[in-house]
Unconditional design. Structure first.
Length: 196
């Protein structure tokens, strides 16, 4: 396990892109601080820059470095995280109005985030417009004709029963669900309780 984590961190430090299993679907992951890695993810996915890539962090403290989080939002995030809920918040990062953040509920990912000490850009491991790949074979098939490919794919088995994360906009009230996914009921109940 430690050898794998060292290899992954070495790739991330060299502007690389790694496919990792997550608590939702397989993800393309790269350093949040690398413009080259960001461009590489977009090239692999075949996607333009119109949609921002979500970010993985390992703790709420790291999320607060990237986004403005008030007391009520922090209470909500403590219910949602770690878990399969991506939250859009007002950004502290230069040239970004908003930022989508998640703390994943996955031991390997959390260990990588802790040791890498930087946030990770992430998006589902599939070509833009296609369904997320559920296993390594599907990932390799989707990207086989790509000129730009991920640097490494970590096999986490078959993730066929998983869904994308639920996306919640916490930038203004009323808070809104933008995409239904995993943990949708938890999000719905939490938001109903707050607005009651």
């Amino acid at each position: 396990m430690d050898k794998i984590i060292k290899k992954i961190i070495s790739i991330l430090n060299k502007d690389g892109v790694v496919v990792l299993p997550t608590d939702t679907v397989y993800g393309l992951c790269a350093s949040f601080e690398s413009v080259k890695a960001y461009q590489k993810i977009l090239a692999i996915k075949g996607r333009g820059t119109e949609k921002l890539l979500p970010v993985f962090v390992h703790c709420i403290h790291k999320a607060k470095e990237l986004a403005y989080i008030n007391k009520e939002q922090e209470q909500i995030l403590n219910v949602f995280w770690p878990g399969s809920i991506t939250c859009i918040l007002k950004s502290k990062v230069k040239n970004l109005n908003t930022i989508a953040i998640r703390i994943p509920d996955d031991k390997l990912l959390l260990k990588i985030l802790l040791e890498f000490k930087k946030p990770l850009l992430q998006t589902s491991a599939n070509l833009s417009g296609l369904n997320p790949a559920k296993n390594v074979d599907e990932i390799q098939k989707q990207f086989k004709d790509n000129f730009v490919k991920p640097d490494v794919i970590i096999n986490g088995g078959n993730l066929s029963k998983t869904l994308n994360s639920t996306i919640v906009d916490l930038t203004k009230k009323p808070y809104r669900i933008l995409r239904q996914g995993k943990s949708y009921i938890l999000v719905q109940k939490t938001l109903e309780r707050i607005s009651a």
